[in-house]
Design a protein around this ligand. Sequence first.
Ligand code: AMP
Ligand code: ZN
Ligand code: FE
Ligand code: FE
Length: 275
Amino acid sequence: MNHFADLHIHTYYSDGSDAPANVVEEACHAGLSVIAITDHDTMAGVREAQDAAKQWGIEVIAGIELSTEVAGKDIHILGYFLDLENSLLGAKLSDFRATRTQRIAGMIENLKKEGINNITLEEIQANSKTDALGRPHLASALIQKGWAGSLGEVFNRFIGDQCAAYVPKYKQTPFEAIELIRQAGGVAVLAHPMVTNRDELIGGFVDAGLAGIEVYYPNCPDAAVSYYEGLARKHKLIMTGGSDAHGKNKTNTWIGKRRIPCELVEQLRIRVKKQ
Ligand code: AMP
Ligand code: ZN
Ligand code: FE
Ligand code: FE
């Protein structure tokens, strides 16, 4: 029997909408044998998912998704097989979450200049399961208070990249992220290269210790997949993939929409041992 994995899933501990236990149950119903929880800047959902997974008999890999920037371009780096107890990783993630909170506070202040003065950080925090706040959490508050009717409207009018109230997120470099993941015992993988579209940088990431590349990603044309399979071979990178599911009604993807053979997970595991 073939076994499949989905190595890119978010929970409500970052900007997803589902509890880790629900993610695991859905993964099981989708026929998956292995999943990775890859929340932004937090590993808070991993243990809960691993505990829930015991009753379903599936494996949950400890993962992360880190936002980085180089040459003005956003690059997302995934980490797998992380040591949940690693102190440097824990401290850095905690710092990143603190800067996220400051950023949301900054956007709340900016919104006041536009007459939106009934949004508070405290209520956003009270309504979120996570301390890894992002614009979606602020967007929910704006919708709840009636300032906009939809997520699209919130981003168009108030907090999109081009809006006056927008505050950029603090980001480390991809090289720092790769090192942070490696020193925590993990393997680093370049997330959704077809979205990032900066393939000329990949060689430098490989030199810095990148182990894999997310070749299999939702809504990616076959030709692009073939192209990234070729790039993976060229750079001797392990091919990975996943759904980037954020929960119900969030984006046009769901758990198991993109899955990979577990054989590729084994390649990652072997690479972890070699590092
Ligand atoms: P952040 O990482 O805090 O800057 O927030 C980025 C997230 O906001 C993305 O991952 C999306 O989930 C969401 N987002 C960005 N732009 C839009 C948009 N135009 N409509 C709806 N959601 C958006
Ligand atoms: Zn996300
Ligand atoms: Fe991403
Ligand atoms: Fe993601």
